[in-house]
Design a protein around this ligand. Structure first.
Ligand SMILES: [Zn+2]
Length: 96
């Protein structure tokens, strides 16, 4: 058994619909397109992997926040959201 690491896994998982970090925390609901069940609390989000990540990160939006998420996961998820945002801004600057 490998030692339990405190480091947050940000690599994509194998065998998931996409290489998205969100699949660490959710499983796709069979026979649905956008529904994903949260592995931490069992809540089903209906807006695809992005909405599941918002649920995990406690992002203010359409979804309710995950009650079972730990601080480190939540912070890491927030950081990922921030990085995505910054990357988008960088692209804008390059073009303009
Ligand atoms: Zn949850």
């Amino acid at each position: 058994m490998p030692p339990r690491t405190k480091k947050f896994q940000i690599e994509g998982l194998e065998g998931t619909p996409s290489r998205d970090i969100g699949w660490h925390f959710g499983d796709p609901v069979p026979n649905s397109k956008e529904n994903i069940v949260c592995k931490l609390c069992g809540k089903i989000t209906t807006g695809g992997i992005t909405q599941l990540k918002e649920h995990i990160a406690h992002k203010i939006g359409k979804v309710t926040s995950c009650l079972n998420v730990t601080g480190i996961i939540r912070e890491s998820m927030m950081k990922i959201f921030k990085e995505v945002k910054e990357k988008k801004i960088d692209k804008k600057n390059e073009n303009g």
